[in-house]
Design a protein around this ligand. Structure first.
Ligand SMILES: Cc1ncc(C[n+]2csc(CCOP(=O)(O)OP(=O)(O)O)c2C)c(N)n1
Ligand code: SF4
Ligand SMILES: [Mg+2]
Length: 283
């Protein structure tokens, strides 16, 4: 499997157009060739296409970061919000117009650093939105500072003597916070990205896809090679119905598992609010 670059996205779009598919981008991606963020972008195009989501019904909300550029590259409504504030913006949109398909995209810094306080509340309220957390274990846009998921000991622009903090695990956090759907996927595996993003978008409730999405420019420690050595599919017998079992698998570091860790639909924020409205309306 080769790395997905701008050329692949252009060719993919050309083929899709020739096959009569609706177009799903306005502007071509500006990421570095080989950036991990290309595969989830292609995944979102294909998932939206497959699900028949019209551009007028799709909203992509981001914070700030290389990952934050996502909305520019998708045909639909977009909101490039403030650093770490994509989830409150997106949940507000969903409350205002529940008919919209809302996809939130952000980086490890955006979602687990400055925006880390919003993640648990979006999850426990079970808003019916999809959150693509593109994790490259670095601040890419600002050229290589340690992030909340950088490994212990990693040398970076802000940790010249090695990172002294333990990394956060986005999959574990999503599970612990109460997300009703949690998956992890390696962005090198383009087809897996598409399948999992489509599955997450079909889920009714808060779905999190933790994408291991290397920054080829500024992270020389967490790379396609280092992830490839440890990544493994969840066992064939795995059933994604137990949060505690899911956390055990999510915490495993060798191998690092990918796949759907948890998928247990429950009433969404909107369902609960509707029930309250119906109750108060009764004579
Ligand atoms: C309030 C605020 N603080 C800091 C910044 C500077 N800043 C922009 S992007 C970024 C980190 C981006 O890292 P990440 O979220 O991991 O996204 P990536 O670029 O790696 O995709 C920072 C610190 C900012 N734009 N706004
Ligand atoms: S700096 Fe890193 S994260 Fe940003 S576009 Fe380039 S490879 Fe991707
Ligand atoms: Mg990052």
């Amino acid at each position: 499997m080769s790395l997905l670059t701008k050329r692949h996205v252009v060719e993919g779009l050309k083929r899709a157009r020739e096959a009569g598919a609706r177009e799903h981008r306005d502007i071509l991606p500006t990421w570095c060739p080989g950036c991990g963020h290309f595969a989830p972008l292609q995944g979102l195009y294909e998932a939206a296409e497959r699900m028949g989501v019209a551009a007028k019904d799709l909203v992509v909300v981001s914070g700030i970061g290389c990952s934050g550029r996502f909305p520019f590259f998708v045909k639909g409504f977009g909101f490039h919000s403030l650093h770490g504030r994509s989830l409150p913006v997106a949940t507000g949109m969903k409350i205002a117009n529940p008919a919209l398909t809302v996809v939130v995209v952000g980086g490890d810094g955006d979602g687990l650093g400055i925006g880390g306080g919003h993640f648990p509340h979006a999850a426990r309220n079970n808003f019916d939105i999809t959150y693509l957390l593109l994790d490259n274990s670095i601040y890419g846009l600002t050229k290589g500072q340690a992030s909340p998921t950088s490994p212990f000991g990693m040398v970076s622009g802000t940790t010249p003597f090695g990172n002294i903090a333990e990394p956060l695990n986005a999959t574990t956090l999503a599970l612990a916070y109460g997300a009703s759907y949690v998956a992890r996927v390696f962005s090198r595996e383009r087809d897996d990205c598409t399948e999992i993003i489509a599955d997450a978008m079909s889920h009714k409730g808060f779905s999190v896809v933790h994408v291991l999405s290397p920054c080829v420019e500024f992270n020389k420690v967490v790379t396609y090679g280092s992830i490839k050595q440890r990544i493994h599919e969840l066992p064939a017998h795995y059933v994604p119905d137990s949060r505690t079992t899911a956390i055990t698998y999510a915490e495993c570091e060798d191998p690092v598992y990918q796949g759907v860790f948890y998928n247990q639909p429950r009433p969404t924020y909107h369902d609960h609010m509707q029930a309250i409205f119906d109750k108060v309306k009764q004579p």
